[in-house]
Design a protein around this ligand. Structure first.
Ligand code: TYM
Length: 335
């Protein structure tokens, strides 16, 4: 059995990048007979970037409904909310005590914040919380507490998985015992970094996302029409390789469809027409899910029930794991 684990931060509306980078491959993996899947809502991570309680609550509901609409089967998958698992913050502290500060200095998210401050002449740590700094340790605990083998994520998370391995290894080395499975990233090369409206990585922080379901088919079409293109007129050949439209299209199409789309661009199809075709391709995949999503989001109590049951399943793994660790590091007498 391979344990596959992944999470999404509950600080915004799920977007196409989350779907192709994490949700779709994770659901695919969860259907395999040899996979034991753990998918969760990273609501402790949400607090790092978002102090808006209503937004965190809304985002949790949207992300949970998205997972379920995309085909997550709660009978097969352990589906839970991070903050329902007290073993996660406990393990975070244990790992914190062995994590080199220098390792965290190198984390991309922290470094990016410091670089921005340096550029504007601010104090390097202005606006940087200890939460942002500790982000990789919390994420290591998410993964190590469940002995995950594979973590399906987009490219932006690779460093975090590598850090989880480092931190887990360091902990085991210090206490002279192999406590954890060391996780590996599972990446789908083609969709590892989906571009957003402006061609940069689609990201909540860049405000360039295309929401999956929010706004309905109309909202999806409007967002796609806003994707930035160059000024080539209809009839002029377009360069597929520098076009976000083509990259996004490929994430939703098979090879033959992608080749036809590519050819249409080279043949000089207008950008408006190219966007319409992209919309139709994505809509064909999302429309049936959107119906399920709309039904689910109207029933928050049913979602709560699923998450509560999932937390019990998750804790059945994490509670004995943490009991072993507590003993091994001298906090409890050896049983
Ligand atoms: P988050 O919430 O930023 O993103 C969730 C998942 O979506 C992927 N993703 C993308 N993939 C391709 N192209 C994009 N433009 C794009 N944007 C986002 C992300 O790579 C991610 O897989 N720290 C994590 C959540 C987390 C986690 C974990 C993940 C917490 N603990 C343990 C795995 C294991 C995060 O903030 O992802």
């Amino acid at each position: 059995q391979t344990r596959v684990l992944t999470g999404i931060t509950t600080s915004g509306t799920p977007h196409l990048g989350n779907y192709v980078g994490a949700i779709r491959p994770a659901i695919g993996a969860s259907r395999r007979a040899d996979v034991d899947a753990f998918f969760f809502l990273a609501d402790y991570h949400a607090l790092i970037k978002c102090g808006d309680a209503a937004r965190v609550e809304r985002s949790r509901l949207e992300i949970a409904a998205t997972w379920l609409a995309a085909g997550l089967d709660p009978a097969r998958v352990t589906f839970y909310r991070q903050s329902d698992i007290p073993e996660i913050p406990e393990l975070t502290w244990f790992l914190t005590c062995v994590t080199a500060k220098g390792l965290l200095n190198r984390a991309h998210a922290y470094k990016a914040a410091v670089d921005r401050n340096n550029e504007t002449g601010e104090d390097p740590d202005a606006g940087v919380t200890a939460g942002l700094y500790m982000y990789p340790v919390l994420m290591a605990a998410d993964i190590l507490a469940f002995d995950a083998h594979k973590v399906p994520v987009g490219r932006d998370q690779i460093q975090h998985i590598e850090m989880a391995r480092d931190i887990g290894q360091r902990f085991s080395h210090l206490y002279g015992q192999d406590f954890f499975v060391l996780p590996e990233v599972a990446i789908e090369e083609d969709v590892a970094t989906l571009p957003g409206l402006d061609g940069r990585k689609m990201s909540k922080s860049y405000d360039n996302t295309i929401p999956l379901f929010e706004g309905g088919a109309k909202g999806l079409r409007e967002a796609i029409m806003r994707i930035v293109t160059d000024s080539r007129a209809p009839g002029e050949p377009k360069d597929p390789d520098s076009s976000a439209l083509y990259t996004i299209f490929r994430a939703f199409a098979d090879d033959a469809e992608s080749a036809a789309y590519r050819q249409a661009l080279v043949d000089g199809i207008g950008w408006g027409e190219a966007k319409q075709r992209l919309f139709e391709r994505i809509e064909a995949e999302l429309a049936p899910m959107r119906e399920r999503y709309d039904a689910l989001i109207a029933k928050p109590a049913a979602i709560e029930e699923i998450l509560r049951a999932g937390a019990a399943k998750a804790r059945a793994v994490a509670t004995p794991k943490l009991a072993t660790i507590r003993e091994a590091i001298g906090l409890r007498a050896m049983g």
